[in-house]
Design a binder for this molecule. Structure first.
Ligand SMILES: Cc1cc2nc3c(=O)[nH]c(=O)nc-3n(C[C@H](O)[C@H](O)[C@H](O)COP(=O)(O)O)c2cc1C
Length: 385
């Protein structure tokens, strides 16, 4: 196996995430001990056409953004071959592997017959992987000192273990060198508990390493899965979107207190300043993930009518207001996002609606300068003040 997999890469890898694993977020994760990070799914046909600015921005990288796995989607072997070449050239020495997305269950994948829908077309899958392998081999031949870029695949489990194994064998025979498996079926999307027994069957029947994905929430759980399944590592998505410092707080079981969401979000902004995301939508998405546990109304297990009555107070409260505020398209500037964090801090300390004036003191040489800072409100943030 390629050298980067022999190193100690940690029990949890950072999964590919559309509008989630862009450069700023990867660098955030890397600061907090994540090693192997995937890019979001990059649509092969869009980067080959070269006209979609948002998609091309996904090719951004920087010093230290390694080991990096670039994930491609698509179903046409020739387009994937061209896209692999673009990815190899763009990510340069940071690139450790190229992954083919065989797990996307979304409507766009259904329409385009890629992602998890390639499960129905094993021969097409085979040709796609071979095309990626071809691009990788040509890269070595063209540049004698260039490393061979291994090809990975990420799948979902099929309806039965037998079907899953059959498909995985096609993937292995086509030349893939690692298989990440999201242990939920295509129809489950992100819901329900994953079935790790499918991953164990893959470990027992395939030669290539297996990485297990689905509902991995902390290091302890990741190590239990690795022990039980015998896989190389686990991979996490939603848990790290909620807490990008997850590894920092529970590596080797030294669990410290989880930082406030405003602190997690403020640190994301620091990375967004240094590595601007393709669009402010990314920041809004990250804020929703980070603040979700604190702000999203939790529906109790009672009737809809009870829910209406019981939550009328909550619905009018600042938490729900802030939760819905976070999707507003006029939230664009980093200053607005910083003020969202302040608004959260002030409100969660119980200072709501008191319009408190803060005096920020700081020293400039020997002079003490006093600056007035008025508590941000929803209105002032909307106006960008
Ligand atoms: C916001 C979001 C974006 C995702 N984007 C991708 C993607 O681009 N490629 C992919 O293979 N899977 C994608 N996934 C699926 C995750 O990589 C992962 O397989 C899934 O969320 C299960 O892991 P979890 O239970 O840890 O969340 C995405 C998931 C989320 C929540």
């Amino acid at each position: 196996m390629e050298t980067f997999l022999n190193a100690e890469n940690g029990p949890i890898w950072a999964a590919p995430m559309v509008r989630g694993s862009e450069l700023a977020f990867r660098m955030y994760l890397r600061k907090y001990h994540f090693q192997i990070c995937y890019t979001p799914m990059i649509k092969s046909e869009l980067i080959v056409l070269g006209k979609n600015k948002m998609e091309l921005k996904l090719l951004q990288t920087c010093e230290g953004d390694t080991p990096l796995v670039a994930q491609l989607s698509g179903r046409d072997p020739e387009t994937l071959y061209q896209a692999a070449k673009i990815v190899i050239a763009s990510f340069g020495d940071n690139l450790s592997a190229i992954d083919l997305n065989l797990g996307c269950p979304q409507e766009c994948a259904k329409k385009g017959k890629y992602g998890a829908f390639l499960l129905d077309e094993p021969m097409q899958t085979f040709h796609c992987i071979q095309a990626l392998c071809k691009a990788s081999v040509e890269n070595v031949n063209l540049n004698t000192n260039k490393k061979k870029i291994p090809i990975f695949c990420k799948i979902r489990i099929a309806n039965t273990v037998e079907e899953t194994l059959k498909y995985a064998k096609v993937i292995e025979n086509a030349g893939a060198q690692l298989l990440a498996v999201h242990c939920r079926i295509r129809q489950s999307k992100h819901d329900g508990l994953p079935n790790y027994s499918y991953a164990k069957a893959l470990v027992n029947n395939l030669k290539i390493p297996i990485v297990v994905n689905g509902n991995v929430n902390d290091v302890k759980q990741a190590k239990q899965i690795i022990d039980a399944v015998g896989c190389l590592a686990t991979m996490s998505a939603t848990a790290i979107l909620r807490n990008p410092q997850l590894l920092h707080h529970n590596i080797d079981n030294t669990i410290g207190s989880i930082p406030l969401p405003s602190s997690l979000a403020n640190e994301y902004i620091n990375f967004a300043i240094k590595y601007p995301p393709p669009d402010p939508l990314y920041i809004r998405k990250h804020f929703r993930w980070i603040f979700r546990n604190e702000l999203e109304p939790k529906k109790p297990l009672i009737t809809d009518e009870d829910w209406q009555n019981a939550t009328n107070d909550v619905k009018n409260g600042w938490r729900v207001k802030l939760w819905t505020f976070l999707v507003r398209p006029y939230l664009k500037s980093l200053k607005q996002f910083r003020n969202v964090c302040k608004l959260y801090d002030v409100n969660s300390e119980g200072n709501l609606n008191r319009n408190i004036k803060y005096y920020v003191k700081f020293c400039d040489k020997n002079k003490v300068i006093e600056e007035e800072f008025i508590q941000p409100t929803f209105k002032s943030i909307r106006k960008g003040m």
